[in-house]
Write a protein that binds this ligand. Structure first.
Ligand code: 5RP
Ligand code: FE2
Length: 221
């Protein structure tokens, strides 16, 4: 079954706890938490203290997407706040491999991601060191952007690598995901769909989540 990770970027932040409960009750698999520092991306969201406050509202896994420079400085804070997986950008400043290793040392799942213009081969040195690859299908920084078609071959590339080397690798996509683009990403090899605006605009996201979960030929991974 395809996993669904609603991006809390599109939720009502004044009711973050209740919104997480809504996401869990709607059948989502993970809550995707977009952390932006105003440096790596031209936008600010929230950090570990907010995640720590939100943690007790739900047991759903917290999937942190760090859009920050030098992420190794902060991964311990995000682990202590209760994140289950932490994903860092290849393009960020600092030692990204050290960040990946530190995430593992902290007992969490480590993810690597890249923006649409970045060469897919920049992922190569990380592939056998991570649990999750997040293919960005918009440029990181804002919700509600249009899906980048040219990212589909990146999904196929990572899927091929996973088939040959690590079938358990989680392949996630993030940005402009809706009913139609999500289906195409799953057909290309993704098994996790991150979506903000397409889910949070719905009064009841549970039907949409169950529809998307049915995408793809493969059952449990
Ligand atoms: O990482 C992100 C933005 O940088 C978000 O996860 C993503 O944009 C989700 O929003 P939408 O589904 O509205 O595109
Ligand atoms: Fe994200």
């Amino acid at each position: 079954m395809t996993k669904i990770a609603p991006s809390m970027l599109s939720c009502d932040f004044s009711r973050l706890g209740e919104e997480l409960v809504r996401v869990e009750k709607s059948g989502a698999d993970w809550a995707h938490l977009d952390v932006m520092d105003g440096m790596f991306v031209p936008n600010l969201t929230f950090g570990a203290p907010i995640i720590k406050c939100a943690r007790h509202w739900t047991d759903i896994p917290f999937d942190a997407h760090l859009m920050i420079e030098d992420p190794v400085r902060y991964v311990e804070d995000f682990a202590k706040a209760g994140c289950d997986s932490i994903t860092v950008h290849t393009e960020a400043e600092g030692d990204i491999m050290a960040a990946v290793d530190k995430i593992h040392d902290l007992g969490l799942k480590a993810g690597i991601t890249m923006n649409p213009p970045t060469d897919v081969h920049d992922l190569d040195r990380y592939l056998d060191r991570v649990d999750l690859v997040l293919i960005m299908t918009v440029n990181a920084g804002f919700g509600g952007q249009k899906f980048h078609e040219e990212c589909i071959p990146k999904i196929e590339y990572v899927k091929k690598w996973a088939e040959d080397h690590n079938p358990g690798l989680e392949i996630s996509v993030d940005g402009g995901i809706n009913r139609e683009t999500g289906k195409r990403c799953v057909e290309a090899g993704a098994n996790v769909l991150v979506a903000g605006s397409a889910l949070f605009k719905l009064d009841d996201m549970s039907q949409e989540i169950s529809l998307w979960k049915g995408y793809g030929p493969d059952a449990e991974r």
